[in-house]
Write a protein that binds this ligand. Sequence first.
Ligand code: BLA
Length: 299
Amino acid sequence: MSGGGGGGLGAGFSYQKFVHVALEQTRLRTALAPHPSQEKFKFIKPNEDNTVLNALSFSAPKIRLLRSLTIEQKNSVQVLDFAAFSEPEYDLPIFCANAFTSPARSIVVLDLNPLYDTTEHKDYRGKYYRNLMPLIHKYSELLPWGGKITSESLRFFSPIVIWTILEPTEANHQVLYSAFMDYCKVWLELMDEAVRETSVEKIDRNREAQHKYLTWRAEKDPGYSLLKKLIGECAAKDLVREFLFEGVDSLGTKSFLEYFPEYAQEDGTVNKKRSMIGKSFESRPWDAHGQFIGDAGDG
Ligand code: BLA
């Protein structure tokens, strides 16, 4: 359908298909029920006529929240923000698929974000990522490391993260689709196999870890400024706290600064900077076994 070869953002380019197929795959394994947040955000109206927003959210047994947001501006910007969070009774990673595509480039993060930092928690790394390292070999050539990145983001990424910046061609879009489906299916398999935790202490720990993640993203997500531009500051704030990162106001009571005190300013407010440390990691900071090597690989 997309007009002619040659790459670029053809008319047929859309992340809607990603969402559609991911939901189809999920329904093969579990029963999705509409999440309460869906009502309020389903028909959210952008400021500009040429922009279409699509917001869907569900829950299911084991899945606290599975939600997606797509933004489509005819022949210009295309956005995908897809995530799935388990109930705190499970320590499942968070399925995270984010893509921001402009005519110039696609900025992509695709990962099973760890609930626990995989450098500190080797057992967690072993449990979920050891067997998944082949995914990185499969895509490292076509979806290469995107270069320096906000340093703070790294602790929310796993050794199998795909962080890449691509030319928005049809071919790259196909590769991205394939990787998205692989990661989605892997997450669904992990979800299927997950065994309910019974220790209250461990459940509380899982809940807090998810809350910390939600707190980070609700405050510092790179998409926030575009959302403000598209739907206004108030609606963007609601969308972020009640839809994209729903749970940030209910899963825990700690504040952003309690989790991330390095962002505190003298007057007690949160520093608006995205990063206190700056960007780093020119190349993939994990080795083939998922061991963190930091910037060691750089020349
Ligand atoms: C850029 N988005 C980025 C970058 C990353 C991410 C790593 C590169 C800049 C940087 O290093 O911060 C994505 N970062 C993530 C994700 C996590 C993280 C997913 O820490 C999870 C823990 N991007 C979106 C959405 C929009 C969007 C929904 O996912 C818009 C609504 C936009 N992302 C966007 C834009 C840029 C960007 C405009 C480039 C501008 C910038 O760097 O701020």
